[in-house]
Each structure stands twice: as C-alpha cells, then as structure tokens.
Design a protein around this ligand. Structure first.
Ligand SMILES: [Zn+2]
Length: 370
C-alpha cells in the first residue's frame, strides 16, 4: 500500500471544505511544505503559533492543520524576531507541512458554524448569509450489465446520486455498446481486431462539483473496462446553498441572561459578555464563529433575538441593541475551537486510520478574565 501523503489529507479536507467556498482574499491551502511528503502524524490547531509548531514537532507531526493561516498578510520578510517569522522558520527547518482551511471551513456543511449551532443546541438550523449554491455535474457512464450494480454502488458511496434526503438516485437505461479493441489492448470482453457488441447499461446520476474527483476515482476502480466510456457535463440547476453563519431555534427559550450563561458554559468560558435586556426571551439564535459584527443586519433580517459571535465593538453592539438584536460576545478562540475535533475525525476517517491525528493543547485563548 502506498504511504499516506500530504495530498491525501488535503484531498480529504478539501472534499469537505472546498477551496472554492473560501471568501475573496482569504489565504488557505498548503502554505508550507510539499504535497508528496509522507504523513504519519497530523496535528490540528486553531493558530500556527511557535508554541503550536513546537508541540506538533515534539509529538512527531509531519503535517500541521490549522484554521487560521500562517501566512495571511503579504509577506515581505521572514523576521524571526516575530512569532510568525519564528513559526515559519521552525516549520521550514523541520520540514513540517502547514495547511489551513479558514472561511471555507466556516462555510462548509458540518464546519465551524454548524458545530457551533450544534454546541448551542439549535434546531431547524438555516444559513445566515447565503453566498453561493453548489455547482452540480451530470455523470453518465456505460457499464457492462454484470458490473452495473458494483459501479452504481461505488459512485453512490463516493457521494454521487444525492437529491435532498434521498441517496442512490440514478437512472439506468439498457442498451448495446460497441468497440473494436486496437493492437496491444487487453480487453475485458472480446479480442483485439474484432468488433464487439456488448449488453451495457447507461448509468446516469448527479454529482456535486466538489466530489467529482473521488466519484470518478471510485467509478474507475469498480469498472472492469481498460478504457471507461463516460461523460461529465455541467448542469444549470442549482445545488444546495452555501453560506456563512447559521440561525436556528432554541428548543427551550430562555431569558437572555440565562442564555448567555448557557453559551458561556457550553463554550467552556469562565465569563462572557452580552448586550440587550437581561429578561428578554431568546427563541431564535444566530451564530457566527470568528469576527461576526458585520453580520448584525443578517441576524436582524433572519428574525434572530440574539447573535452569538466575537470581536464586537461598541458601535456595532450598541446599534444592534437599538435595532432589537441582543449580542452575546464570546471569545474568537472559544467559538472556533469546537470544530477542531471534527477536523481531526475527518482526517482519521478519510485516511482510513493510516495516520495518527490529534488536536493540540495550544494555543491558549489570548483573553483572560479578572
Ligand atoms: Zn477565526
């Protein structure tokens, strides 16, 4: 078996949080290292600070996966007198690959914001700010009849054929395929130089753009032919929506003060701050992991009673209150740390247990409370 390499881990993460979902100007992907490097151990962390790089290296990591970028603003020099420069220098010196998924992980289904909504117990969760719809492709493949079900199962297991809550949605038409094997071929059916007429099924199904590569790989692995005849074409219909932030209902509405305490406890914080009338009842909650002040208008339009986010300034919070929206302002780290365990699980599952993955203890939340 080939060893797992950085590209395998990247493929797993990008099938979940495709780079195409990232917001404009974001810096994501492999920032240090090379794609063909073998990987045995993967460290996952929120920020690639020097202490985190050290923690990853001392535990034998070959790859560090973070949410925030190591290189975000344009890099004019590597000043090893700064934390960022030191982290970069250490990663390069020890050949530690560094990869990050940022706004693409915020937006991805099951990413930062869905994990946060789940942590706060929200139900009927919807997207707060719709950004795009998933692009869809139609896959058509011609399969000899006796391999039809194997290929169907393979492509559907890799993610093709999902429509709403239905899986394995395909259409299958029996027919006859022809081919004439050329010189030097090893045909599965027939022999070189002789025109072959074979009972085949035209299998067609829908594939989200982000899963085209694994679906085609699964299809080729299950198909018996040396050369597989298939078509892939773009569809005009819209796939499921993608967007940042989530909004949902509280199963048990709570007064704002008690709700803020719940958020504090569920995020493992010692304290939390909030704005709004302490006794107003919270039924509908908007969440946005990271700096979410800009999404106050979206939360208001979505009918939320409160926005749970971080890094809010006076004007944002004061005006939101005047407009009837309470704000629970947690810390940026507390909102985004919960997704890290999911990132580790995805890598573990996606790489078939061939790599050790763990979430780093650091970095600590930069905010302390007195
Ligand atoms: Zn963040």
């Amino acid at each position: 078996m080939n060893p797992t390499i950085v590209a395998d881990v990247v493929r797993v993460l990008e099938a979940w949080a495709p780079p195409s979902l990232a917001m404009e100007g974001d810096r994501i992907g492999l920032q240090v290292g090379r794609m063909d490097k073998p990987v045995h151990r993967v460290a996952v962390a929120l920020d690639p600070y020097p202490a985190v790089v050290d923690e990853a290296l001392s535990a034998g990591a070959d790859l560090l996966v973070t949410h925030h970028a190591l290189i975000y603003r344009p890099l004019h020099r590597i000043d090893t007198g700064t934390a960022r420069g030191r982290a970069l220098a250490r990663a390069l010196a020890a050949d530690l690959a560094v990869f990050n998924a940022h706004t693409n992980l915020d937006i991805a289904p099951g990413g930062v914001n869905d994990v946060l909504a789940e942590r706060l117990g929200l139900t009927n969760v919807e997207i707060l700010d719709r950004i795009a719809n998933e692009q869809l492709r139609k896959l058509v493949v011609f399969v000899p009849t006796d391999h039809h079900e194997a290929v169907l199962q393979a492509v559907c297991s890799a993610g093709a054929g999902h429509i709403g809550a239905y899986s394995h949605c395909t259409f299958n038409t029996p027919g006859t395929g022809t081919f004439l094997p050329g010189e030097g071929t090893k045909p599965f059916i027939g022999s070189p130089g002789k025109l072959e007429w074979t009972a085949e099924t035209r299998l067609e199904t829908v594939v989200p753009e982000r899963l085209v590569e694994p679906v085609i790989r699964a299809m080729l692995a299950a198909h018996p032919y040396e050369e597989v005849a298939y078509d892939l074409y773009p569809l005009e219909i819209m796939g499921k929506p993608y967007g940042i932030g989530r909004v949902g209902q509280l199963a048990n509405p709570q007064p704002l003060h008690a709700f803020a305490q719940t958020v504090r406890d569920r995020l493992g914080l010692a304290h939390i701050r909030y704005s709004g009338r302490a006794d107003c009842v919270v039924r509908r909650v908007a969440v946005l992991g990271g700096s979410g002040g800009r999404w106050v208008p979206h939360a208001l339009r979505a009918g939320a009673d409160v926005l749970v986010t971080s890094d809010c300034d006076h004007h944002t919070v004061a005006e939101a209150w005047q407009d009837g929206l309470a704000v629970v302002d947690a810390t940026h780290a507390a909102l985004e740390r919960p997704v890290l365990e999911r990132v580790a699980e995805r890598i573990r599952e996606g790489c078939g247990g061939s790599v050790d993955v763990w979430v780093c203890a650091g970095p600590e939340d930069p905010f302390h409370w007195v």
